[in-house]
Design a protein around this ligand. Structure first.
Ligand code: CMC
Length: 422
């Protein structure tokens, strides 16, 4: 029997269907609310609003659970390659054997970007933030592949766009770094795997063979997997809303990159390192910064702390913290910001303000420290997040399109002036 919830307004009773997800999550279906009652719901920041049903990622913020298509993030980080997770998210199945080889090969042979794109790179000043360059160039892909403009075309066309995006984003990302450095660009090397090829384009010199450090490669593989999807977050929701207007996948992903850029979302990883460096330069007084974060008259927030959905711990932070210790130890790096990070974490975890509000270190608290250890410059941190999140954005866009979801268009409660003569 279908469960219902009752809504009482002005003496009238309305019955609303109660839906249940496969993991027991419950939702009140209000899709006919306005037609039946003349009311809308108001939920600024969508704190209680489900915008879609989805089969991609399950997240339980109270218990710290994250699963993609049923597989735990712990298992995936332990056993999978990033491209396997990408296939899992986008196509629903974990690829092995021939399926995986075919997928890998297809991606490998689309890694080059059109030579004319270099002219666009040349137009950016060295001061350009790599996130701005990345989103501009992803939009520019529509100019080189105009057949992608209509996403309602045959699925093979969409599949080709998916492959091109996965293949070319590392090239564009590495080139945006080279542009910032004023260095010559490195071309993709199709003998290397996805992660190693990216490292080669970032750090290889044209004159010598680039030696891949397996510790660095594995850490980066894990980091990309940890960022691969996170259900209806700010950037994924953006990708779905933009895509719901039937904008192309390139345009939708470019919008997602811009949504990720802000410091409350993916930009937090850059903000964490900047915050740790500031605290260090200011004498390393962690208590002073804890007090600032608690002071409602001070705009300072502890970057890398808190999460909209995780109210216990962020399972990604747990994995990354371990990986961070391993990487620093095996590379023999003694990073003083890590000491500040540890002190900050200890102080916050026993402080009532943070305990009461369930504020724990999130994934961004540690990722910046690893990126730094493996030689990635601070301004590239959010680009690394974007590289990891790409399969998630694609999977969310594809699911939305395949289910024929309507254009995303919220309502509002108008609180402005009434009609007045001009
Ligand atoms: N430092 C100090 N106080 C905080 C922090 C923080 N980092 N985060 C939340 N609070 C307080 C906030 O002031 C509020 O207090 P009160 O109830 O007294 O008004 C309470 O905790 C709830 O915060 P909120 O802003 O209502 O929570 P939200 O769900 O809207 O925001 C958040 C979530 C992640 C934007 C926020 O915790 C934050 O700004 N964190 C720092 C930025 C950050 O690390 N972002 C990365 C998120 S993880 C990567 C990703 O998935 O994007």
């Amino acid at each position: 029997m279908t469960k219902t919830a009752e809504l009482h307004i002005d003496g009238k009773v309305y019955e609303l269907p109660v839906l249940e997800g496969t993991e027991g999550e419950k939702a009140i279906d209000i899709s006919k609310l306005r037609a039946q009652t003349g009311h809308i719901t108001l939920d600024i920041g969508f704190k209680n609003t489900g915008s879609t049903k989805s089969s991609i990622t399950f997240l339980d913020g109270e218990q710290g659970i994250l699963r993609h298509r049923g597989y735990s993030i712990e298992d995936l980080c332990d056993k999978a390659d990033f491209l396997q997770v990408a296939h899992l998210l986008i196509y629903g199945e974990y690829p092995t054997g021939e399926t995986y080889d075919k997928f890998k090969n297809t991606i490998t042979y689309h890694t080059l970007v059109h030579e004319d794109m270099r002219k666009i790179f040349d137009g950016f000043p060295a001061s350009a933030h790599p996130m701005g360059v990345l989103s501009s160039l992803v939009t520019s892909l529509t100019a080189f592949y105009p057949e992608s403009l209509d996403p309602t075309t045959a699925p093979e066309g969409v599949d080709l766009t998916i492959v091109r995006l996965l293949a070319k984003l590392p090239t564009i990302a590495a080139w945006s770094y080279k542009n910032e450095m004023g260095h010559p660009l490195n071309y993709p090397n199709n003998n290397l795997d996805y992660v190693s090829n990216f490292l080669q384009m970032m750090f290889g010199l044209r004159t010598e063979t680039y030696e891949i450090n397996p510790i660095v490669r594995d850490a980066l593989n894990k980091l990309l997997i940890l960022h691969a999807d996170h259900e209806q977050n700010c950037s994924a929701a953006t990708v779905r809303v933009v895509g719901s207007s039937q904008a192309s996948l390139y345009a939708s992903v470019s919008a997602g990159i811009n949504a990720l850029w802000g410091r409350l979302h993916g930009g937090a990883n850059q903000a964490v390192i900047e915050m740790l460096e500031n605290i260090m330069e200011d004498g390393g007084d962690v208590e002073k910064y804890i007090a600032k974060a608690k002071d409602k008259n001070d705009p300072f927030r502890l970057m890398g702390f808190g999460h909209r959905v995780y109210k216990n711990f962020d399972p990604r932070a747990r994995i990354i913290k371990k990986s961070c210790d391993e990487v620093l130890e095996s590379l023999g790096i003694n990073d003083p910001t890590l000491e500040i990070a540890k002190k900050l974490e200890e102080a916050a975890l026993k402080d009532d303000y943070f305990v009461d509000r369930k504020l724990f270190p999130n994934v961004d608290f540690y990722s910046g420290i690893i990126y730094r250890a493996i030689g990635i410059p601070t301004e590239m941190f959010t680009v690394m997040f974007a590289l990891g999140r790409l399969p998630g954005w694609i999977a969310q866009w594809k699911e939305m399109r395949e289910e024929g979801q309507p254009i995303g268009r919220p309502r509002q409660l108008y609180v402005g002036e009434n009609h007045r003569p001009l």
